[in-house]
Design a protein around this ligand. Sequence first.
Ligand SMILES: [Mg+2]
Length: 303
Amino acid sequence: MKYSHEKVLGMLWGLHAGDSLGAPFEFLPPSSVWHLHTEIVGGGQFRWKVGEATDDTDLMLCVLRAIESPERISFDTLKTEMLAWFDSRPPDIGTTTIRGLRNLKAGLPLRLCGYVDEKFQGNGSLMRVAPLSLLNDNATGTYQGGQTFSLAENIETQTKMTHGHKNCVDSDRVLVAALKAVLNGYSKSGVYEVALNEAKKISPLIAERIQKIPTISWENLSTSGFCVDTLCAGLWAFMNYNTLEDALISVINRGDDSDSCGAVAGALCGAYYGASAIPARWLKTLEFREEILAVLKSKNMTR
Ligand SMILES: [Mg+2]
């Protein structure tokens, strides 16, 4: 089935908006109030230009380009895209992603590239996974020497190209399930139930964390780069505000991994409220606004 163009474009632009809104505040402590920073201003540790995409949006575009139809993704394309990005020497790239991409470049099997150690549970695959929500449940994935035969296997393969830990795979699965529910027109409480039920099937840790989301205040929200924290921060922002603008402003003002938490919240809110909900003053700054639109149109995957 084809999802609405307005919702899918909202998901992809929303991710970019959250990324660019949050980028200047990455690694900083929380703001004094939830709405202190409200504009896409650039700057920060990596001196981002206004509206510049960081690794979150860059890698999401790699995943989007690799999707050939709702039935098929090419992991060979994804590998080529991600390595081209890696070779372009991006200013901000996660330590786990660097290690995974080095293994990918060295020619290791795709599913063995990501490190599995406890300390490598970053959100680097979570922040780029949103386009996989466009795949059907029985979509195939192709790559040199192998094939995958379901959405769950495709998610696992994309995760493990850089992140081998089970919590990373499971976080990606929960986010894709939530995004598919949003694209299918579920209510917010319906999306929450889908996310919780998916987590209960695969990860007691993530299920427990999702169950706590309704009890968390802005002051207690963790926006760290741990994949489960980022997933829950995105869901928290989606659930707690009535507009995309407020949700994104709130989550990025918590600092820490503000751009990736903004990206996950942006994907959920953008898919829910649609592309037209992204404030025009933000949208006009986005580096890859037209590129995302062009790639999406070229896929002919929306209605
Ligand atoms: Mg980033």
